[in-house]
Design a protein around this ligand. Structure first.
Ligand code: PLP
Length: 272
């Protein structure tokens, strides 16, 4: 496989990172991740905008503009013949003398195999473990996922599929996805302390009447339906939080309809 490293496409096993890069020693860097289908990157413009925004917000200099990044992505997809897969873009904080101040970072773009949830999870819905936590600088897609990685051992032991973050009674999101709550036919999603997911954005286009507001953990537990959204999970029903069954305990009708509508939206996007 090939990857893009700083200014050129090279063999992936030739890509290197300086051991003193603060991406490594401080976890300071940004990334983004999107899918390709039939060799076409899905919703690429949105992902590139978010990547560029993350770089600006973290004071990291990105030497390439959106058009140049898009060209590299297309070149890389054809070099790797990536029909269906993931593309990850990473910009590190760079090597700095004091190991603290960002400098010119390294840019990597590489292709990956996709790891989707098992089809049975879409039929049964998943279980989330509620945990008191809030992501720092939540709206920036930083490479620092130390807490979620560390904490995954705990939710796995509890037989959960992921987590639901909440703090002071308010929910925010899951470790790598956004959450939506349905009660009496009304749909809502948290407004604060979240990463603005591209899948969330698409769902908001499909259901524009969605309320974007503060949502309490209690409201989540009393919901008729719940689902999470992300690039690899798409629209995934949640049917249990801790030991509480959500609604009927099965994926609800609004969630099921949305799963279908999202698949149609994806197909339409590929044909554009
Ligand atoms: N929230 C967090 C913390 C994430 O890491 C992600 C995705 O990686 C999301 C939400 C969902 O975003 P997207 O739909 O763009 O994948």
């Amino acid at each position: 496989p090939f990857c893009f490293a700083n200014d050129r496409i090279i063999a992936s096993d030739k890509a290197t990172l300086h051991p003193m890069d603060i991406g490594l020693i401080r976890g300071y860097g940004i990334f983004d991740f999107f899918r390709t289908a039939h060799h076409t990157p899905l919703f690429l413009s949105d992902y590139l905008d978010r990547f560029i925004r993350s770089a600006e917000k973290t004071h990291l200099k990105l030497d390439l503009n959106k058009e140049e990044l898009a060209q590299i992505v297309h070149d890389l997809i054809s070099r790797n013949d990536l029909e269906f897969g993931g593309v990850r873009m990473v910009l590190t904080g760079g090597v700095s003398e004091n190991h603290f101040s960002p400098t010119a970072g390294q840019l990597f773009i590489f292709c990956e195999a996709l790891d989707f949830p098992a089809p049975s999870k879409y039929e049964s819905g998943i279980k989330l473990l509620a945990v008191e936590h809030i992501r720092a600088i939540a709206d920036i897609k930083t490479t620092n996922y130390a807490f979620p990685v560390w904490h995954s051992a705990i939710w796995k032991k509890e037989g959960a599929d992921d987590v639901l973050y909440h703090l002071n009674g308010q929910v925010s999101e899951s470790s790598r996805s956004n959450i939506f709550v349905i009660k009496d036919g009304e749909i809502a999603t948290p407004n604060k302390h979240i990463l603005h997911g591209i899948t969330r954005k698409r769902v908001l286009e499909l259901i524009p009447q969605t309320e974007i507001k503060a949502i309490s953990l209690e409201e989540v537990l009393r919901a008729d339906e719940l689902f999470i959204t992300s690039t690899t999970k798409k629209v995934l029903p949640v049917t249990q939080i801790d030991n509480n069954k959500i609604g009927s305990g099965k994926p609800g009708p609004i969630t099921q309809k949305l799963m279908q509508d999202f698949a149609i939206m994806e197909k339409e996007n590929l044909q554009k």
